[in-house]
Design a protein around this ligand. Structure first.
Ligand SMILES: [Fe+2]
Length: 209
């Protein structure tokens, strides 16, 4: 199986002024492409049955895969999967907020939507070095949780179900915001695609039911 870079699901300038055309072009066409290429290369060394699994299933099975291919799959397979998950979660939202079941789940886990935003932004600001800030559903407790993971690690490797994610690697914001990560995080709230987050929430609830 050879994976292709999934096309960006909107125009490269669709998220201006929050994320520039230049940032999206480099981030998608160069960085995501490099993860895709590295993932395909790592798969050449991957033994069966893992080689034929879906990318997310490979990330769930990392602890059973021998080194050095395990680390290559964690880094490049993670980078491929995480960015593929990230792009559809971006859309100019004109100030929209979560609705329905998702809104209830956020309020139940974080007291209020505003409190959730504060906690998520704080986590993203505090993440040291490169990594991603995630909103996940823990199937064991049924509640939502914010977590930071370094580099290209994925919550699916821990049995958690991702709903929303923010890439806080410098490559996600440096061209637009230089070293001002906090400003990037603040602006990112304007491009969260809440319909997509709600869709993920319904899908994972169906699977956990
Ligand atoms: Fe990235």
């Amino acid at each position: 199986m050879i994976y292709q870079l999934p096309p960006l699901p909107y125009a490269y300038d669709a998220l201006e002024p929050y994320m520039s055309k230049k940032t999206l072009t480099v981030h998608h066409d160069k960085h995501h492409q490099a993860y895709t290429d590295g993932f395909n290369k790592a798969l050449e060394q991957t033994p069966e049955p893992y080689k034929s699994m879906k990318p997310e299933e490979i990330l769930q099975s990392l602890d059973k895969i021998p080194e050095p291919v395990r680390t290559a799959l964690k880094n490049f397979g993670g980078g491929y999967v995480n960015h593929s998950f990230f792009w559809p979660l971006l859309k100019k939202n004109n100030g929209a907020v979560p609705q329905g079941d998702l809104a209830k789940a956020i309020t139940s886990s974080f007291k209020s939507f505003d409190q959730f935003k504060i906690e998520f932004s704080d986590a993203a600001k505090k993440l040291f070095g490169s990594g991603w800030t995630w909103l996940v559903l823990d199937p064991k407790t049924g509640s939502l949780r914010i977590m930071n993971l370094p580099n290209q690690e994925s919550p699916v490797s821990q049995g958690l179900k991702p709903l929303l994610v923010l890439d806080v690697w410098e490559h996600a914001y440096y061209l637009d915001y230089e070293n001002r990560r906090a400003e990037f995080i603040e602006k990112w709230w304007a491009v969260v695609n809440w319909d997509m987050v709600a869709q993920h929430y319904q899908e994972v609830r169906k699977k956990s039911a």
